[in-house]
Design a protein around this ligand. Structure first.
Ligand code: SF4
Length: 475
């Protein structure tokens, strides 16, 4: 999973790119990069957080009125700087690109690039597949006079060939800013604008929060298969390229996006509160009478508050998290994950001691974090611990860019609910029911493949085999 931004229409655009990346830092902490264009591409990328990679000198160097930014969380290829984004090429002429998502037919397209176009990618980043496929399609046009219809046609052919999830932003040197979505619209991309005394500045970003912070007006989410091209005169052209049924990632609402984000007019915090409301029904039906609801900070908060509201009992902060330690499910080794949980969560004994506690987390992936949390609460004196997952059981890996785990490591793919409850040591365990998830998104078709195994894009068996192989390489 990554965060991307792109802007056009104002000199020193790097300041908006930099501020935009800071609002998306939660989407990736492995590396950060910016490219701008003024006569030539100006690029800086490096490993680490946005504030660690860029300094004042870089802001001077990254000149121009058009640019892209990227924060990376590694889901394909290695985490080294060679795979950091943006990537730029001079084939067939200047194009630079960033993306958020995961190309699932990477292996096949890698071969096709060489066999069909004699292009050899230089990194293991799947962005190169998108970049060079698009570039090769554009090369077949009249390069002396590229029309908007040529760009749209090259993107459509790219979308027809490349499977998986991808939201892409690109600079076509001396032409303008391009953005396009995969045919199912799995990953988010939002268009915004700002009116200045010198004209309109357009922006594209993974989350609406970027535009809230920068004072831009939100225009809309891009649709499945949509292509937008903003030319150098700031005229916006848009069309639908190769599109299939929408499958927007439901995990963006459950866990990944910031709580104040809005996708397709649906507020993330509001959906999380509703998840809590719906799970409260199950707790009542089980005849339990908990004393207090607490959350696993920070992504369990809104579901916990909805649950407490529906149960009519207080919500209290019962666990404190250190903000300087990474997300545990991102750590590659089991021992590292366990250490992270130990270091990052500390109980507030007064809120827990002698009480029957409902603890709400966004999801249960491997179960090891949940087990540790139950132990922390019991050590702090909880009389009973009822564990709640705001998401349904995660039974299948995400092949579209949220790096949960391989199937064999997902606890819900190996154990049923009572067995998981026993494993984590809770007195009761509740998941959001899959039918409640469907109900929550009844006006928006969402991807739920990690809960159902119904992958919307690609040949399932091949995709899973390639995914497992890639994960082995990354270990
Ligand atoms: Fe999102 Fe799950 Fe679909 Fe991945 S498989 S895109 S995490 S809903």
């Amino acid at each position: 999973m990554c965060g991307i931004v792109g802007f056009i229409g104002q000199e020193k655009i790097v300041y908006d790119i930099m501020s935009g990346l800071l609002t998306l830092q939660h989407r990736g902490q492995d590396s950060a990069g910016i490219v701008t264009f003024k006569d030539i591409f100006h690029m800086k990328k490096g490993l680490g957080l946005v504030n660690e990679v860029f300094n004042e000198k870089h802001m001077e160097y990254l000149c121009g009125n058009i640019g892209l930014g990227h924060v990376r969380y590694t889901t394909h290829g290695t985490g080294d700087v060679l795979n950091a984004q943006p990537i730029a090429t001079n084939y067939p002429f200047g194009i630079s690109m960033v993306h958020n998502g995961n190309v699932t037919n990477f292996k096949k397209m890698n071969k096709a690039l060489y066999n069909d176009y004699h292009v050899l990618p230089t990194s293991s980043n799947d962005l190169e597949i998108l970049l060079y496929t698009f570039a090769a399609e554009l090369k077949s046009k009249d390069l002396a006079k590229i029309k908007v219809s040529d760009i749209f046609d090259a993107v459509k052919r790219t979308q027809e060939k490349i499977e998986g999830a991808y939201a892409v932003i690109s600079i076509i040197a001396n032409y303008g800013l391009l953005a396009f979505m995969d045919p199912n619209g799995i990953r988010p991309l939002i268009l915004g604008k700002k009116v200045t005394k010198n004209g309109i500045v357009y922006g594209l970003a993974s989350e609406s929060v970027t535009f809230n912070h920068l004072g831009y007006e939100l225009i809309r989410n891009l649709m499945p298969g949509e292509i937008i091209f903003i030319d150098k005169n700031n005229k916006v052209h848009s069309t639908i390229g190769y599109a299939k049924k929408q499958h927007f990632c439901s995990f963006e609402y459950i866990y990944f996006a910031r709580e104040d984000a809005v996708f397709y007019d649906k507020n993330v915090a509001g959906r999380r509160v509703r998840m809590g409301n719906l799970i409260a029904k199950q707790i009542k039906e089980a005849g339990l009478s908990p004393d207090v609801v607490i959350d696993v900070p920070a992504s369990g908060y809104f579901a916990a508050s909805g649950l407490a509201e529906s149960l009519g009992i207080p919500y209290h902060r019962g666990l404190v998290k250190s903000n300087y330690i990474g997300r545990s499910f991102i750590a590659p080794k089991q021992s590292e994950r366990e250490n992270i949980v130990k270091q990052k969560l500390n109980p507030i004994k007064k809120a827990i001691d002698g009480k029957k506690v409902v603890v709400v987390d966004d999801s249960i992936v491997r179960g090891t974090t949940s087990k540790r949390i139950v132990q922390i609460l019991k050590d702090a004196g909880a009389k009973a611990v009822y564990f709640v997952s705001a998401a349904p059981p995660v039974t299948n890996p995400c092949v579209y860019g949220i790096d949960m785990s391989v199937k064999t490591e997902l606890i819900a793919s190996n154990l049923n609910v009572p067995e998981i409850c026993k494993f984590i040591g809770a007195d009761a365990l509740f998941y959001l029911k899959p039918e409640d998830l469907k109900h929550l998104f009844k006006e928006l078709t969402v991807c739920d493949a990690c809960f159902t195994g119904n992958y919307p894009s690609g040949d399932k068996e091949q995709v899973l085999q390639d995914f497992e192989e890639e994960k082995q390489k990354m270990r």
